[in-house]
Design a protein around this ligand. Structure first.
Ligand code: SAM
Length: 287
């Protein structure tokens, strides 16, 4: 077996050889634990025929494992300093293409051309988790599965069910488009340098049909945002704040909530996605 890039001593050696100081501003925490890397690749459920997009290869720790599991890996790296490093660490892997580009600037057509069905794997800076996740969920690209390492607290919010404190507009925005599950949690000791927060790997299986049709999503999002505006208030109070407190609005909202099977005294965090959809359908202004 080719030596592992992720071995803690080898990672230190590569960093010393290239005088690499991890950039905090780019969230550079490199994985140095082979077991964690093997588990990420297992969670991606790849076959040797698959093409994979990796976001943020760093010094290539995860890329190496992906290259051994899939037909081809296209890895997007923003930090120019890492290009010569990757060329060196991955020179035994002709099936890896490194692209020096911010993943958010990659044209959808460029990604769609890589394979009829896309797999995305990423250990990302934690501050870009939500923008990158939403970017792909809303992209309309033919994505089969996405596996992402993220801050555990965000993973809990994304995968939360109604009735839990973590359930909110982020859980709903994600779950209408993908089935999201926490595959496993990761200790900070698996990284160099270790991050300050606990991490988790989340698997997203993209739904062929979103739970809320595309055309209805803009209004649906407005309804959900309004309902969660003040978490401690009742859903009726939040909706009245949005609509304006008139008797007519109260009557419209009472009817819509009843249609959705939601008590006016309920809190937003107890309401299921199908109930939000019913509510939004009833409130949607007619064209
Ligand atoms: N995958 C490597 C690993 O697991 O050891 C590195 C992970 S490190 C947490 C995140 C990497 O993403 C860094 O190399 C950083 O430069 C890169 N990066 C940050 N923002 C990016 C973006 N918008 N597009 C592409 N790469 C990005």
């Amino acid at each position: 077996q080719t030596p592992r890039i992720a071995d803690p001593a080898r990672t230190r050696e590569i960093m010393a050889q290239y005088h690499l100081r991890p950039k905090k501003s780019l969230g550079q925490n490199f994985l140095t634990n082979g077991r964690v890397l093997a588990e990420i690749v297992a969670a991606a459920d790849l076959t040797p025929a698959d093409a994979v997009i990796e976001i943020g290869p760093g010094i290539g720790a995860l890329t190496q494992y992906l290259a051994e599991a899939a037909r081809h890996v296209t890895a997007f790296e923003l930090d120019q300093r890492l290009l010569p490093v990757l060329q060196d660490t991955l020179h035994d892997y002709p099936n890896v293409t490194i692209v020096h580009q911010d993943i958010l600037d990659a044209a959808p057509a460029q990604l769609a051309a890589l394979a009829p069905e896309l797999n995305i794997v990423a250990n990302l800076p934690y501050y870009v988790t939500t923008p990158i996740l939403m970017h792909f969920l809303e992209s309309g690209l033919p994505i089969r599965r996405m596996v992402m390492m993220m801050q555990k607290e965000v993973a809990d919010r994304i995968t939360a069910d109604p009735g839990s404190k973590a359930y909110g507009s982020l859980s709903i925005a994600v779950q209408i488009r993908a089935q999201a599950t926490v595959a496993f949690t990761v200790s900070h000791t698996a990284f160099n340098p270790p991050p300050k927060v606990d991490s988790a790997v989340v698997v997203f299986d993209f739904l062929t049909d979103p739970l809320v049709p595309l055309t209805e999503q803009p209004f649906f999002n407005k309804v959900v945002t309004a309902c969660f505006a003040q978490r401690r208030k009742t859903i009726m109070n939040n909706l009245l704040n949005w609509y304006g407190r008139t008797p007519e609005h109260r009557a419209t909202l009472t009817a819509a909530l009843s249609h959705a099977g939601v008590a006016p005294t309920a809190r937003a965090e107890t309401v299921s996605i199908p109930a939000y959809r019913a509510l939004s359908e009833k409130l949607q202004p007619q064209k």
